[in-house]
Design a protein around this ligand. Structure first.
Ligand SMILES: *[C@@H]1O[C@H](CO)[C@@H](O)[C@H](O)[C@H]1NC(C)=O
Length: 433
């Protein structure tokens, strides 16, 4: 992060406050000698403009807008795209005026929104890009010295850099007219694939490198959501080698849950927080492999980010080693596959994970990523820190629990109180276990 909060505040002031203050609320006719007395007669107020300006300030500062108050608060089911056999799960957002539509990675493991810019030189030519010159509502965010605010966001898999802007962003019928985002002009390779144009961060504001309020939280602050939560049903295509690159991926429910997608109770567990929530964190309390309990690290080494934006499950060396030690015939891989493990393809690995409540099974299909040599198959859990004894600490996750796990449950992310709910998938959603 190269942004200070001081800089950000000034940037916000530049964008949001200057305009309304410059706009005189009531303008009197100037009196000149010899002119007819027009005392008491005033300019006609441009009500549309006035109301829009007021809502602009309300939205920017996190108050409920009049537009949102008038519109019915709602729960909306947004279709998800399953990209390349469960590699990523995407949803459609519209950005700018007129709207440009993009598929972005739905990522509960980060908090920024960014899209590739049409002027991104290091982007893959195939990557769909946002043409800022075609949006009449985009506003550049500037620093206190009047320069364009630039930000670099670092992910486990690469980094992205560009300028910060605000523009109208819509998804599933919800709109934020002043959504902060990064317009990416530099991108490391491999961060995006196929038709994905960027990432929509669904974790908490305090993690955002752009210091923008994440889209979902802005909708919540503006009173647009029926409930302070969103839910995911993510489909499985890993066992379908004829799956198209973009298959049906399930549903992202914004503003509540979709009860037809799960059965039984949603079990909510409080998110681990220090002062403010950051990632969606839970403590991993137990793991079983083929019915037998495995000893996993505790304390900081049990902190797990629940992350729709990560394909697999990554964990601390000792925990990952213990899991594979419970699978007969498994072995650690070397070379470029260091950190991964393989096991005999004839073994069905039945794994369960618990975060202090129920144990949730992972389908053996999700644990098997395909063959990597004679009779050996690649496992869906890998070593995040490659055998080093360095632990994450500082409230950062030691485990990153991605889609390998999340395909097996209906998962709900609740802002207030910060908590995560899991339930068994209904038959409509393919079932669990
Ligand atoms: C809930 O899921 C069902 C089954 O996929 C779907 O038909 C329905 O439209 C969804 N409801 C909402 C509000 O999106």
């Amino acid at each position: 992060m190269i942004f200070t909060s001081f800089l950000s505040l000034l940037a916000i002031v530049n964008v949001a406050i200057a305009d309304p203050i410059r706009m005189p609320l009531i303008r009197k006719h100037p009196r000149r000698d010899g002119e007819i007395n027009l005392d008491g007669i005033r300019n006609i107020v441009d009500e549309d403009r006035m109301a829009a300006q007021a809502d602009f300030v309300r939205a920017k500062w996190g108050f409920q807008t009049l537009a949102a108050k008038k519109s019915k608060r709602a729960t909306v089911g947004i279709p998800v795209v399953n990209q390349k056999q469960d590699a990523s799960y995407l949803g459609q957002v519209s950005i700018g005026t007129p709207p440009q539509n993009f598929l972005v990675v739905l990522d509960t493991g980060s908090s920024d929104l960014w899209v590739a810019s049409a002027s991104c030189s290091s982007c893959d030519p195939q990557t769909p890009a946002f043409d800022t010159s075609k949006s009449s509502t985009i506003k550049q965010v500037t620093t206190s010295s009047g320069q364009a605010a630039s930000v670099t966001i670092h992910y486990g898999s690469g980094s992205v850099a560009g300028l910060v802007a605000t523009d109208t962003v819509s998804m599933g019928g919800f709109t934020n007219t002043v959504q902060g985002m990064l317009v990416a002009t530099q991108l490391t390779t491999g961060l995006l694939d196929g038709e994905a144009a960027g990432i929509l961060g669904l974790a908490f504001e305090s993690l955002a490198s752009t210091q923008a309020v994440p889209f979902w939280q802005a909708l919540l602050n503006a009173g647009q959501l029926t409930n302070p939560e969103f839910g995911f049903w993510l489909t499985r295509e890993i066992d379908n080698r004829f799956a198209p690159d973009n298959a049906f991926g399930g549903e992202f429910t914004l503003g509540g849950t979709n009860s037809s997608l799960y059965t039984g109770e949603l079990e909510f567990l409080d998110v681990l927080t220090t002062t403010q929530p950051t990632f969606w964190l839970l403590e991993m309390t137990s793991v079983t492999v083929n019915g037998k309990s495995v000893t996993i690290p505790t304390g900081n080494s049990a902190i797990s980010a629940i992350d729709t934006g990560t394909t697999l499950i990554g964990g601390p060396s000792a925990g990952v080693r213990a899991i594979y030690a419970a699978i007969p015939g498994s072995q650690a891989l070397t070379g470029q596959m260091q950190g991964f493990y393989a096991f005999p393809c004839s073994t069905d690995v039945e794994l369960t994970i618990s975060y202090g409540g129920k144990s949730w099974p992972i389908n053996s299909l999700d644990m098997n990523l395909g063959t990597v040599g004679s009779g050996l198959c690649l496992g869906g859990i890998f070593d995040l820190n490659l055998g080093s004894s360095v632990t994450a600490g500082g409230g950062n996750p030691s485990w990153v629990v991605g889609d390998t796990f999340l395909k097996n449950v209906y998962s709900v992310y609740r802002a207030n109180p910060p908590s995560i709910g899991f339930a068994q998938l209904s038959a409509v959603a393919g079932g669990s276990g």
